[in-house]
Design a protein around this ligand. Structure first.
Ligand code: HEM
Length: 133
């Protein structure tokens, strides 16, 4: 389990559990619910496929849905800096959860590396200004 890529180290089970937890937080975040569908099943499937390839595993998203063109795909949604922070906070909360099953654990170092990589991508999804208070 000490393989080269983050995907090799985290493994498919822990990654899948992480994505599930992440969307359970998204579904409870008032800044994010207005732009996400009520049913997050397909969203979660796509995210798991994307992260699998992004972290060095098989390119499932590309195979199923084509080139991700992530920034373009996010343009229909108003993504403010506050929403990007809320998205990352949901990811951070999901990473901090301690799952009961050992196989679904993500090490602290791997969690840090994953969060840092996602933070860099999240910045590029921002396509709108924050609303004045
Ligand atoms: C799809 C929001 C960041 C990967 C979506 C959707 C929304 C959204 C509203 C559409 C959901 C749907 O219709 O099913 C956001 C917000 C972000 C963010 C507010 C804050 C910065 C990211 C990041 C990544 C990412 C950092 C990748 C690391 C994806 C993928 C999809 C998606 C793969 C599915 C695209 C598709 O429809 O095929 N996101 N996102 N998002 N997002 Fe994000």
């Amino acid at each position: 389990n000490a393989g080269g890529s983050l995907y090799d180290r985290i493994g498919p089970d822990a990654l899948s559990a992480l994505v599930t937890r992440f969307y359970s937080y998204v579904a409870q975040e008032p800044l994010l619910t207005p732009i996400f569908p009520d049913d997050l099943t397909l969203t979660a499937e796509k995210q798991l496929a994307f992260l699998t390839g992004f972290l060095g595993g098989p390119p499932l998203y590309h195979e199923r849905y084509g080139h991700p063109r992530l920034r373009a795909r996010h343009l229909p949604f108003e993504i403010t800096p506050a929403r990007a922070r809320a998205w990352l906070a949901c990811m951070n909360a999901a990473l901090r959860d301690t799952p009961p099953i050992g196989a679904e654990q993500i090490s602290v170092d791997d969690a840090r590396e994953l969060y840092a990589a996602l933070s860099r991508v999240a910045v590029h999804m921002v396509n709108a200004e924050d609303h004045p208070a």
